[in-house]
Write a protein that binds this ligand. Structure first.
Ligand code: ADP
Ligand code: TMP
Ligand code: ASP
Length: 239
């Protein structure tokens, strides 16, 4: 496979075309951002770590029969994937009270387990600060259809079960995560983008220690963030 040309550079990944119009390459950068890109730093080695963690988790989903965009790694920071028609929704699934949900609903205690997993849709738009969408908003905005929204939710819950089990085997609690889904050539939904410490919350089941991007959001130094990402790599990939 060869990189053809850069078609897009985002906050944390660069997208390259390949000779095959159905395949693209996602190259993970060492950049880390928060607050919709307003805070940013470089964490040496992060691109390699997020690429390996993502590749491991996509492989695990595929093993359980969940469709994803993943094809293979092409080097230590780059993943060959099927090009999808991405749905411009950030789908968040929550198992425990944290982050924005904890702030919005203070009647729920931070860290408490929800009675069932919660699936939420947010508009993927940094300019607008990713506003929360109801299903009717998503349909009205032309982002999805009633039927597809239902399939997206079902797929998200399957991913949640798979990742929750995988993380539990590594003594990690999957608090919440964000997915980006897309349609493949035949219109089937697949899990796209990335699956790593940038887009999920993971807490050590025994100590409660945070092993994800929240340490950066809350002001940890580059060296501390590097250490946390390294530890997650060992738990998820090296185990
Ligand atoms: P952002 O700045 O939006 O966070 P990234 O740096 O993550 O962007 O860049 C990756 C971009 O590639 C995102 O816009 C994401 O939606 C898109 N993307 C991820 N997987 C696929 C795929 N399989 N096909 C097409 N686009 C994808
Ligand atoms: P939140 O509590 O801030 O809404 O975050 C929920 C989950 O979604 C958390 O695991 C982090 C992830 N997330 C992203 O990956 N990108 C984003 O832009 C946001 C807001 C959250
Ligand atoms: N707002 C997102 C976050 O904090 C991502 C970003 O803005 O860079 O996770």
């Amino acid at each position: 496979v060869c990189f053809q040309r850069k078609i897009w550079e985002g906050k944390t990944k660069i997208v390259f075309s390949t000779k095959d119009p159905n395949l693209i390459i996602l190259k993970f950068k060492d950049d880390i951002t928060a607050l919709d890109g307003k805070k940013r730093d470089v964490i040496p080695g992060k691109g390699r770590i997020n690429a390996s963690v993502s590749s491991k988790l996509f492989t695990e989903l595929e093993r359980r029969g969940i469709l994803t965009h993943f094809v293979k790694m092409v080097n230590s920071t780059s993943m060959l994937v099927r090009k999808l028609d991405m749905i411009k929704i950030e789908i968040v699934c929550r198992n425990y009270v944290a982050g924005q949900f904890a702030r919005r609903f203070p009647m729920f205690k931070e860290g408490a387990k929800l009675s069932r997993p919660l699936v939420e849709f947010y508009l993927k738009s940094d300019e607008l600060g990713d506003p929360l969408l109801t299903e009717d908003h998503a349909i009205l905005l032309g982002l999805t259809s009633r039927g597809e929204a239902l399939r997206a939710k079902a797929l998200t819950l399957r991913v949640n079960e798979a990742l929750t089990t995988f993380m539990a085997e590594r003594n990690l609690k999957l608090v919440d995560f964000k997915l980006e889904l897309g349609r493949d050539g035949s219109g089937k939904l697949r899990v796209g983008d990335e699956l790593d410490a940038d887009c999920m919350r993971l807490w050590d089941s025994e100590t409660g220690n945070v092993l994800d991007k929240d340490v950066y959001r809350k002001g940890a130094s580059v060296a501390e963030v590097q250490k946390i990402y390294g530890e997650l790599y060992r738990r998820v990939v090296g185990g």
